[in-house]
Design a binder for this molecule. Structure first.
Ligand code: EPZ
Length: 426
């Protein structure tokens, strides 16, 4: 398996361009299944999860063409089956997002249960219950969700928990239902809004996206549309934190500053000077060591769980004591064990990581466990004395486009190493 070798100590300094948001591109690509014709989706990031989604749609018979600028034309008219097999879903949980569109447009879907992952059990019960409330007949057997319906019927759906992909799946299913649906306690994430904007461009009638109450007036049919995915706020935040940790400066371009209010407030608390433009954010530490901050993750617009690991890495080298509390996932602190091995003085008390910052970490071989944890290990390597070798970086490639190129462009000493040769132990 490939690894990333990082020689710490360089302050980041420079400009980078932010890619399209993975967590908007995935539901939007699933949403193309609702249309009677082709859609063209732009600003799609070149990530492993995107490739997996294209492969999944391709196996359904959907025709996809990609141009050199990663604009993808997706034509569902050639669809031959409504099946999302286990071997695909197990590599990417977001495959569950085809369930709602397939049911709404074709009246059937056989989608493997995603199973758990490193950060938690991550059930999909709310997706299933919501689709049943819309009239689908669903059995869960042999590890598959088998769903059938004639035509979904509008209903009022009250979500027990705020679920991002649950909200997205149900919004897509309701778009072609007979009658009006209301989703209460809906997720407010910007990626939900981006999906709603795309669906409305296809002829859906959705209002309230971005609030906790989304109203969907079902329509008879939807046509393909051209749509560009919004910038990735988590990639943006990851690079801002990297610059803050290395006491450097950065300008992140082609991003959406209003989506990062909670993070920008925390970075200002760290002592960062931050300037904001229409589509850029500039951070400058002026050589200062960041101050430790306290963070509590929660659904948008509160501090995002997908930035939790990165803030733990920052607190590890910040001045003072910082506490990071995770309220969304039950097991999202694997990175703590790894940065402890790099010399971080951090301990877990329940769902809170309490750290007393040290001036510098020490480089070590570490192992990535999930997408954002692996990003935090790369950030820790940037401020460690010596070499850090991050293993299992396929986790990173799922969510960050060319992370080592972008960091090297900013002055980091980082390069991708070929996987260890498989040594046959006699
Ligand atoms: C989305 O996952 C994101 N993925 C995650 O990003 C992100 O961390 C998460 O939302 C929270 O913001 C995509 O958008 C593809 P949830 P999702 O349903 O939708 C529980 C990344 O790093 N729950 O909002 O799967 C669940 O266990 C990834 O890019 C149920 O109990 O998350 C969790 O505790 C990681 N039953 C909480 O709700 C359900 O039916 C929130 O999960 C659904 C969810």
């Amino acid at each position: 398996m490939e690894r990333l070798l990082i020689r710490g100590g360089n302050s980041l300094d420079g400009d980078i361009r932010i890619s399209g948001a993975k967590n908007a591109a995935l539901p939007i690509m699933a949403g193309t299944l609702l249309a009677d014709g082709p859609s063209v989706i732009g600003n799609i990031p070149d990530l492993h999860d995107i490739t997996t989604t294209m492969e999944l749609l391709g196996r359904m018979g959907v025709r996809l063409t990609v141009d050199e600028r990663m604009r993808v034309e997706i034509d569902p008219r050639s669809l031959t089956n409504c099946h999302a097999p286990y071997e695909m879903v197990k590599t990417m949980r977001a495959s569950i997002l085809v369930l709602g569109p397939l049911l709404a447009r074709y009246g059937e879907a056989d989608v493997s249960l995603p199973g758990g992952c490193a950060i938690g059990t991550r059930p999909v019960n709310l997706h299933v219950e919501g689709l049943r409330a819309l009239g689908a007949e669903i059995s869960v057997e042999n590890g598959y969700i088998r769903a059938r319906c004639s035509r979904l019927k509008g209903a009022r759906l009250v979500m027990d928990l705020v679920t991002v992909t649950g909200t997205e799946n149900l919004m897509m299913a309701a778009a072609l239902a007979d009658g009006t649906s209301v989703i209460e306690n809906a997720a407010r994430e910007p990626e939900v809004v981006d999906l709603a904007n795309y669906l409305n461009a296809m002829g859906a009638k959705i209002s309230g996206a971005g609030t906790d109450t989304i109203t969907v007036e079902g329509v008879e049919r939807m046509q393909g549309a051209h749509y560009d995915v919004l910038p990735d706020r988590i990639e943006t935040g990851t690079f801002l934190v990297a610059a803050a940790m290395t006491r450097g400066r950065i300008r992140v371009k082609n991003t959406a500053p209003p989506l990062l209010d909670s993070l920008i407030a925390k970075l200002r608390d760290c002592g960062a000077d931050i300037a904001i433009g229409d589509d850029w954010i500039a951070l400058d530490m002026d050589g200062r060591r960041p101050k430790a901050v306290n963070v509590r993750t929660a659904p948008y617009p509160a501090f995002p769980t997908d930035m939790q690991a990165q803030l733990c890495a920052l607190n590890a080298v910040a001045d003072g004591v910082g506490m990071v509390t995770e309220t969304v996932f039950e097991n999202r602190f694997m990175h703590i064990l790894e940065i402890q091995r790099m010399g971080a003085e951090v301990k877990l008390e329940g769902h809170t990581a309490i750290s007393t910052g040290v001036e510098y970490l020490t480089g070590a071989p570490v192992m990535a466990t999930d997408l954002r944890a692996s990003a935090s290990l790369v950030l820790a390597g940037l401020v460690a004395k010596g070499d850090t070798l991050v293993d299992r970086i396929y986790h990173i490639d799922r969510g960050y486009e060319c992370i080592e190129e972008k960091l090297a462009q900013l002055g980091a000493d980082i390069r991708r190493m070929p996987g260890e040769l498989a040594v046959n132990h006699a």
